[in-house]
Design a protein around this ligand. Structure first.
Ligand SMILES: C[S@@+](CC[C@H](N)C(=O)[O-])C[C@H]1O[C@@H](n2cnc3c(N)ncnc32)[C@H](O)[C@@H]1O
Length: 286
């Protein structure tokens, strides 16, 4: 793994989600931030988070990012970190997390569970975060895992669009989906996904660096945790590729209506919404 840029940002607690969202739009690859419920419990008026960027990506957007933070945050500082520092920060912070009513557990790779401890879960996903989005702690990822847990996945083909760390593909595979194809347009993701799949001892996931127009196979379930604008842009491909269900996450509540309009325009009629904080996910019956 190469160096990365670490931004430490302090801000008023009411700005938590706006800042996180904007950082995702700027191409932030990973966060160390608190769960929304935890933020809501905090008493203090200011909070802080750490955001990690690929150095080249950051250099290209530095002016825009810093201008945004000067107006939206109380303060921020940057430093270049070595892979070792990232690992240590993360290890100090990452706690196991249970989602989907306790049926899925996201577990730090360095604290694996015994077979007896694993048995009660539908899936235990081991994550050793590299610089790819998808540590399982973000509300948009949790909404996806919850949606997957509600579907009968055994023997279903799944396409994971914008796979990041591979977390959703690995989760789907562990819950019985087969085959699973997962892709991301960021070439940094593919090796991280392969490592995470090996860590989880799952086979049968085809990880690729590509975009939706280069995929031709119809899949029973298409899942995508990307922002609303990208969903709208690639909606014709969802139409082409989704056989039974389409799960879309990463949608801010205020953009839900826009995504629903695009779904209707492309002939998708039945979409159920779920929410976490300001985020919405849509589970669409094809
Ligand atoms: C919010 S992350 C989601 C990661 C992971 N699936 C999760 O749920 O935690 C979005 C991912 O989509 C990728 N992405 C953004 N636009 C894309 C596009 N047009 N095609 C493929 N991947 C894209 C990004 O590189 C990023 O890894």
């Amino acid at each position: 793994m190469s160096n990365s840029i670490e931004l430490t940002i302090t801000y008023e607690r009411s700005c938590h989600e706006a800042i996180e969202t904007q950082l995702i739009l700027f191409g932030c690859q990973a966060f160390l931030s608190k769960e929304l419920e935890e933020v809501e419990r905090e008493e203090q008026p200011t909070l802080s988070l750490k955001a990690y960027f690929d150095p080249q990506e950051y250099a290209g957007r530095r002016q825009a990012i810093e201008r945004y933070l000067q107006s939206a945050a109380a303060g921020f500082c940057t430093r270049v970190i070595e892979p070792q520092d990232w690992e240590n920060s993360w290890k100090a912070y990452f706690q196991p997390l249970e989602v989907a009513e306790g049926s899925i557990r996201i577990q730090p790779a360095w604290e694996p569970l015994s077979p007896q401890e694993t048995a009660p879960y539908m899936a235990v996903i081991l994550i050793d975060p590299g610089m790819a989005f998808g540590t399982g702690q973000h509300p948009t990822t949790i909404l996806c895992l919850e949606a997957l847990a509600r579907l009968p996945l055994a023997g279903k083909s799944v396409l994971d669009v914008g796979t990041g760390s591979g977390i959703l593909a690995i989760g789907a595979r562990k819950m019985g989906a087969n085959p699973v194809l997962a892709f991301d347009n960021d070439p940094l993701c593919e090796p991280i996904c392969r490592e995470n799949a090996a860590l989880n001892q799952v086979e049968g996931i085809d990880f690729r660096t590509t975009t939706a127009e280069h995929i031709s196979q119809v899949h029973d379930i298409v899942i995508a945790n990307i922002i609303a604008g990208v969903h709208i842009e690639i909606m014709p491909h969802y139409r082409r590729l989704a056989g039974e269900y389409l799960i879309l996450s990463g949608i801010l509540r205020e953009r839900e209506a826009d995504v629903r309009t695009a779904l209707n325009l492309h002939g998708f009629r039945h979409a159920a919404s779920t929410y976490r904080g300001d985020w919405c996910a849509l589970c669409v019956e094809v």
